[in-house]
Design a protein around this ligand. Sequence first.
Ligand code: MTE
Ligand code: CO
Length: 429
Amino acid sequence: MKKNKKKELSTFKKINRRDLIIGASSIGAFSLAPKKLLSEEANPENLPPNLPEWTQYLGDGVDVNPYGMPSEFEGHVIRRNVEWLTASAESSVNFTPLQDLEGIVTPNGLCFERHHGGVSVINPQDFRLMINGLVDREMIFTLDDLKRFPQTNKFYFLECAANGGMEWRGSQLNGCQYTFGMVHNVQYTGVKLSDLLLETGLKEKAKWVLAEGSDSSGMTRSIPIEKILDDCIIAWAMNGEALRPEQGYPARLVVPGWEGNMWVKWIRRLEFGDKPYMTREETSKYTDLLTSGKARMFTWVMDAKSVITSPSPEKPIIAKGLHQLRGLAWSGRGKIKRVDVSIDGGKNWKTAQLHSPVLSKSLTRFTLPFEWNGEELLLQSRAIDETNYVQPTISELQKIRGVNSIYHNNSIATWLVSKNGKVDNVRLG
Ligand code: MTE
Ligand code: CO
């Protein structure tokens, strides 16, 4: 067993609980301090049988926050980036704080962001979606035009193909957020492309679509027509409100179960053709280099994966006794059928409880009660989807893929729980 030695918690001299949450990220160079520093202990004057102080005066009236924000005591629940990972913030990524979330819905303000040319700011009046190429009628739609079509409302996860990409050769980043947080799950509202295309018609020769973004990176990807007609959506809303600018306002392409890169944000054009367009994002990027020197291409589907969100490096165990292990599982092939959990590094497995709703191509919540008496644990979770695909171990994956890949690492992770309750990302082997 090799531990992540780079920046261990022990290098933080005086650890209180808040520092532990911060320090366990092991990245160091940024401030996670919430606006108001919380005291570690409860104030006895606010505890029973006393009347707490907040009962003694009136609180804020309505409209103090016309657009509500989380409690000031939740200031540590934020997206975070790893500054040394990318050269500039405009072409970079930050991570969803999975360890702090409940259920399966990612709040809009916490959805990880991945931009190749920064966030475009688009007045919806200036938005146009152009459909051209091998269609019967080339057309241009306004946002209002799109909203006149029948609507669909669906939960889907979006995972960047690079999620966990740093972990191919060993455990690198000591945090649930940094190793798994390039995923979010929201309810999209939009129009199914199969409905929209009834309007333009499709020529028989149309086999591929080029989806083009209007941001400065000019993001383009080829998508086979079968997928476009199956379940792709042009979405303008997430979790009941307009898309956030970071997520492609006013409209983005939704490609359920397939790698995040294909979900073109700030969408402006769909061109229909008879072959793939071989864009930069599907030739030099988003391919998987094998040991043979050849690369896998068009690896679109996100295979089944899972993560234990608590306990995790950011969520150490703070007391002996009964605890609820919590986690998330997902598959780009459909529904999650089962999640197994091991506390001994994969020797024995127990079936976790799946919480409804269990939706296709959506995050699924699982829990498992466990008793901790101060012993060392090696926590793992393994997802199995409705096609009976089983999430692999890292050595199983490396046998096929080598260690030169960046993308599509869906291997089982291991959290080491030490005797003091501290949790670290480790590699077994
Ligand atoms: N679309 C455009 N126009 N520009 C981009 O940089 N990044 C892609 C994809 N769509 C990108 C884009 C990548 S790599 C991912 S993982 C997802 O958007 C991220 O979506 P999110 O920012 O909503 O999490
Ligand atoms: Co991506």
